[in-house]
Design a protein around this ligand. Sequence first.
Ligand code: ZN
Length: 107
Amino acid sequence: MPDLSPSERLAKLKALEEWLAWQLDQTRRKIADLEQQQARPVEYKLEQKLRESHPLGATIHLADCTMTQRETRPISPDDARAALSKDRKFFMSCEFCRPDTKLGILD
Ligand SMILES: [Zn+2]
């Protein structure tokens, strides 16, 4: 800012300081939101398959998914991850709530 007078420079720097303070506040809010999300473990549920001989396996959902049609039971994130990463023949991921995405499992 070579061509500015000291008072013009001061005014610009004050404006910059205000904007940076706003940015810092926004960033801290985002950090707090994400920390709160991480502190709350995501729960999962297992929906029984249609019938014992059905070719599609049991379906794994996020606990709050509303797309279930049959009986469900709660399962831990570890069990959901193990089922979806090792036993894709027996377990499938709900297409609606995508527990595999939430667990970080890629097809
Ligand atoms: Zn679901």
